[in-house]
Design a binder for this molecule. Sequence first.
Ligand code: TA6
Length: 336
Amino acid sequence: MDSVRSKDIQKDRSMDRSTSSGEDKLFVEHCKGVNGLERVILREVRGSSVEVYLYGGQVTSWKNEYGEELLFVSSKATFKLPKAIRGGIPICFPQFGSHGSLEQHGFARNRMWSIDHDPPPFPTNTSNRAFIDLILKHSEEDAKIWPHRYEFRLRITLGPGGDLMLTSRIRNTNTDGKSFAFTFAYHTYFAVSDISEVRVEGLETLDYLDNLKGKERFTEQGDAITFESEVSVDKIYLSTPTKIAILDHERKRTFVLRKDGLPDAVVWNPWDKKAKAMTDFGDDEYKHMLCVEAACVEKPIVLKPGEEWRGRQEISTVPSSYCSGQLDPKKVFQSD
Ligand code: TA6
């Protein structure tokens, strides 16, 4: 998996925040990545790190303090425009999936984002040092397919404890008085030891749209979601709790996903057939990834000119061993 990530990395490490003190450089570093694409590395004092490509405004690595990779990126991922990078956290905007007339998952993941050197004050005061502000704005190219003026500000923050936060602020800057509507997802690819050993907690008994059955609506059964049935899963859970847990039994690790402003959650694993059909995905890689995506799909967000929407996702890990009952889902969901 690291072959793609370590290939073609040029040793050109430039500074961040021209006014930044020596110390800041420790937290945020600009350098070139695969195929010379601009990337930013965030580091935290205890050793955790995050890698972000300006192409797609996409997180492509999140490592804990032991240097263990927590996100999946395919060994066949292409880091070449206009193809989206297969893995990490692609941003689906202004359309999730095929829910609309645009290309699958919209265009934000296939665009070159910029560093936002002058972001408006951030809603929450943060002592975090390891963060980067990115911005994507409307372009003539996009206006041909989506005739709206917008500003999409994305802050990516690595917390002192190694938590990863993504906060999106999307503003309608239309000057023609027109509102616009969009759907959205943080299409997160979690790295897992063995998909058949993974459980997802927090989506029990919820309604979902099955993308493999013409988006027909069903209700999930009572227990945690598992992946033993040897078939691909592609479900959009509606109006979910703000916290979801992904338990990787073999690794004794639980991912806790907290979300805000994103009512839905998508669960996707392509399994073997779809895996073989994807050119930028290894045939067996479906065994080591699971997408759980904080999303807004069922009810599109509508913004009038001047209005701004905010959608936030925070992911963290807790050591777990489900069998020993250490991780009691009720406790996870009560812990705040
Ligand atoms: O989020 C799940 C999904 O919409 C699936 O339907 C599957 O197509 C996946 O996204 C990957 O989409 P992509 O366009 O990246 O191949």
